[in-house]
Design a binder for this molecule. Structure first.
Ligand code: NAD
Ligand code: UGA
Length: 331
């Protein structure tokens, strides 16, 4: 690989819109941007006054100058005024879980991941925002033979959630490909992000929670399934770099190329907490893929990005945040 500047040296935008700001990744992104001097308009439909997880996530932004918060649903709100004078939109709002996407909740996935995104792209075009970075997902690759997934691979989403994320990224790219669209799009395929304030439905959180509380960990399948785990700070560095990436960058994997089994995650959780975990075996969940593993070369070429945090250190940081209520995700 050729030498590239590091992602952390990427220029920061002057004014950014962050959707999904009350969520795990969005709140970290807003925090990093604010610390770098960007004015941030954070949008989320969850109201911190009534939603505990949102309040915890947003508490990280308390007192930082340059932050403007808007509680609004992107499916129905007036989006144009939010975008005025923005250099970039980080569109992270979405309904994220793989397993609950079967059945009656599918319409929520369609509403937030597809219909709200269509409204966002139409508004971005009208307001002539030059760049939109959209949160896509490793799940669009579906089941693979374990080799590294390359952005040009044929996507085979294996869950309704993954279908909506593929639709979402392709929708944004279809708008951007129009000759009259002033908004260029970078779609980031994040690979299982973990770290402080991670969503409480995700495995890394649940393994640490089980070790910390002594409550059993429900393991879906035999634990040999593997993920390319990405630490939150690394995911944020890639996301900020995407704001300044060349237009032609298109779709970019945000994953380092390693792949770790859930059994190994359980061992790390035991290690960093210093306590055993009781495992409750349950059936494998439909729609879960066996393995995810990013080919990281395109991210390196177009973003100058490489992950810096290994799973042991990242889970240690996540565990420390879980035992410090002020930092969020307390158990
Ligand atoms: P999260 O649930 O913590 O955050 C998503 C936020 O979007 C929530 O606060 C939610 O209220 C908000 N939202 C949803 N629909 C909305 C709407 N219609 N209007 C306004 N706000 C709305 O999830 P996360 O883990 O931070 O994921 C953020 C994004 O990244 C999602 O799009 C997800 O699909 C994607 N992603 C996440 C991961 C991961 O490992 N966490 C991996 C791949 C992709
Ligand atoms: C994660 C995120 O939740 C998605 O939002 C994201 O799109 C996706 O990564 C991605 O990389 O694109 P997932 O890989 O399913 O999805 O991550 P987890 O929810 O942490 O699950 C990982 C594995 O742990 C799965 O096999 C799951 O079945 C298993 N698991 C999860 C359990 O065994 N027990 C649990 O309590 C939770």
């Amino acid at each position: 690989m050729s030498q590239r500047p590091s992602a952390s040296a990427a220029p920061v935008p002057r004014r950014a819109v962050v959707t999904g700001v009350a969520g795990f990744i969005g709140s970290h992104l807003a925090h990093s941007l604010l610390q770098a001097g960007t004015t941030v308009i954070g949008v989320d439909r969850r109201d911190p006054a009534t939603d505990r997880a949102a309040a915890t996530n947003l508490a990280a932004l308390d007192g930082l100058p340059g932050y403007i918060h808007v509680t609004a649903d992107l499916l129905t709100c007036a989006i144009d005024p939010l975008l005025l004078d923005a250099n970039v939109i980080f569109h992270l709002a979405g309904v994220p879980g793989v397993r609950p996407s079967w059945g009656p909740h599918f319409s929520e996935y369609v509403n937030s991941n597809i219909l709200a995104t269509q409204r966002m792209m139409e508004a971005a075009t009208r307001i002539r925002v030059p760049r939109l970075v959209v949160a896509s997902s490793s799940s669009v690759y579906g089941s693979t033979d374990g080799s590294h997934s390359v952005e040009s691979d044929h996507p085979r989403p294996a869950s309704p959630y993954a279908v909506t994320k593929l639709a979402e990224e392709q929708l944004c790219l279809a708008h951007a490909a129009r000759g009259d669209c002033p908004t260029s799009v970078i779609a980031l395929r994040y690979f299982t992000v973990y770290g402080p304030r991670q969503r409480s439905d995700m495995f890394t959180h649940r393994a640490l929670e089980a070790a910390l509380t002594g409550r059993p960990l429900r393991l879906y399948g035999d634990g040999h399934q593997r993920r390319d785990f990405t630490y939150i700070d690394d995911a944020i560095a890639a996301t900020i770099a995407a704001a300044a990436a060349p237009k032609a960058a298109g779709i970019v994997n945000v994953g380092g190329g390693s792949s770790v089994s859930l059994l190994e995650v359980i061992n790390i959780a035991k290690n960093v907490v210093g306590r055993d975990i009781e495992i409750q075996l349950e059936s494998e969940r439909i729609g879960d893929v066996w393995i995810t593993r990013a080919d990281p070369r395109h991210a390196y070429e177009v973003l100058g990005w490489q992950p810096a945090v290994d799973l042991h250190n990242g889970m240690h940081a996540q565990m420390k945040a879980m035992v410090q209520p002020a930092y969020g995700n307390a158990v």
